[in-house]
Design a protein around this ligand. Sequence first.
Ligand code: KIV
Length: 285
Amino acid sequence: MPSEKNTDVKHITVPWVAAAPRRGDTLVMVTAYDYPQGRTADAAGVDIILVGDSLAMVVLGHPDTLSVTMEEMIHHCRAVRRGVKRALVVADMPYGSFHLGAHQAVGNAVRFIKESGAEAVKIEGGRPEVVAALSAAEVPVMAHLGLTPQSVHRLGGFKVQGRDREARQSILDAALELEDAGAFSLVLECVPTDLAGEISERLEIPTIGIGAGPACDGQVLVYHDLLGLEERIAPRFVRRYAELGLLSRQGIEAFAADVRTGRFPAAGESYGAPKPVEEVGKLYG
Ligand code: KIV
């Protein structure tokens, strides 16, 4: 029976993640975008926390991921970093931050490492030359193939990838090239289960699936999807483990009703006559 938590490790490292398939460990990754989310995911014992560029959609309210900037990603990554002690923190390189080539990619990836405290970056698409340059610059890279949301316009929407022979072959070839170039793991998004299974068997590095079936070496979901905070229609691969959006709304409605009817604040939630300075200090101390 596989264990429910990889609890034997105090701090998850890149080599530990890369060796997961050899140990037979199943990796758990979630996204997070701020300090409390990072702290919560870490306390729950996930292995990897991805500060995804899905930030653009689920936090900033954009229709796709294309507009999020390096500055916004670094800002959120720093906040997540402060909340995480054990999990590996991976920063997602946003659209336009590596598309001009290896030189640009290294410059921006180094910013993530130096300014945000991320321990690795993720890049979308089959760009082995960029992965090789990042690896040479000591930046560990998580690759990402299949449905790569930064290619939404070229792909014509958020659609399952790798369904015909040619597309399957090109995803498999790209996966092998990215591993050769030095990627330490590979996200597979929205590809058929059997293709994800074949790639997982052929690669030594772990595959982490999202909408890629159970044969991957790990699974990832977006924080807001798995906790019911995202209200837009969820893709079929999302399982909601909580309804925090609904609970939050109910909590705020109850607060509003209490304020309007005078039930909040109660005497015990209010202060009496002024106290000596040293006691006020204790209240906040
Ligand atoms: O940005 C993101 O959240 C991602 C995951 C879905 C893998 O890339």
